[in-house]
Design a protein around this ligand. Structure first.
Ligand SMILES: [Zn+2]
Length: 250
């Protein structure tokens, strides 16, 4: 099986056309014709993930977050990113990224989040998912989000006792969907919400639940591994590395 054959399997699961126009997905570096020796699956491409791929004999890394975002003017090995790009090319390790197509696909990240939060009648909507809840309060829903994601950074805006019938969830960073969420739901659940949006939502009486970008997307690894599981592929889970530590961990 070549790296390209693996990409075909992944693209059947999360077709590239689902990705947002501004997104950067697909082959980031490497060779799709190369015979595959193993796939390391990770949320982020990091120096540790590259080392693990090399140590465990994987010549393809599949990541959720795109390896290369801004167009490159140079590859300077004196920088963290330049060193990673050079290392990947030297070691013959390819990188393929699935981003908003993985968020949006059936069984993708947003579907998994809706299921974790006990969502019913889950529907696609732009970047996120709308789902119904059996009359929980905002506080109860925030507790469900905290407990299911094991995320002690969860916070909420709005009346804690407000009954939430419909929620709108966007994995990662979804403050851009605020206006849409207001039209169709009682709460927007997302990450990296800017302070001014918190202020606006409070003034408008609209509910928000904020989670950490990492906690909402670390499930990307399981989803991608599940998509590859039916095939005879050497699948390696990257060691999960949250970039920040929590006070209860140190
Ligand atoms: Zn993300």
């Amino acid at each position: 099986m070549t790296n390209g054959d693996i990409v075909k399997i992944l693209e059947e699961f999360a077709p590239p056309y689902l990705a947002e126009e501004w997104d950067r997905i697909g082959l980031m570096v490497g060779n799709l014709q190369a015979e595959n020796s193993g796939v390391l699956v990770t949320l982020d491409v990091t120096p540790e993930a590259i080392k693990q791929a090399e140590d465990e004999g994987a010549n393809l890394i599949v990541s959720h977050h795109p390896l290369i975002w801004d167009p490159l003017a140079r590859i300077d090995e004196g920088t963290m990113r330049g060193a990673m790009y050079a290392e990947l090319i030297r070691k013959g390790i390819s990188v393929y990224s699935m981003h908003t197509n993985l968020d949006k696909t059936k069984g993708g990240i947003n579907d998994r989040l809706a299921a974790l939060f006990n969502g019913k009648d889950v529907q696609n909507d732009g970047l996120g998912r709308i789902f119904s809840l059996g009359d929980v309060t905002l506080k109860q829903l925030a507790v469900i989000v905290r407990d299911t994601l094991d995320d002690d950074t969860v916070f909420a805006v709005g009346d804690p006792n407000k009954i939430i019938k419909t929620a709108y969830v966007v994995s990662g960073s979804g403050g851009s969907e605020y206006a849409r969420a207001k039209e169709v739901a009682d709460v927007l659940i997302t990450g990296e919400i800017k302070h001014n949006l918190l202020v606006e939502a409070k003034a408008e009486g609209f509910c928000l639940i904020g989670f950490s970008h990492f906690a909402s997307e670390t499930i990307a690894q399981e989803i991608l591994c599940d998509a590859l599981a039916p095939y005879s592929i050497n699948i390696i889970k990257a060691a999960k590395v949250c970039p920040f530590w929590r006070l209860d961990e140190v």
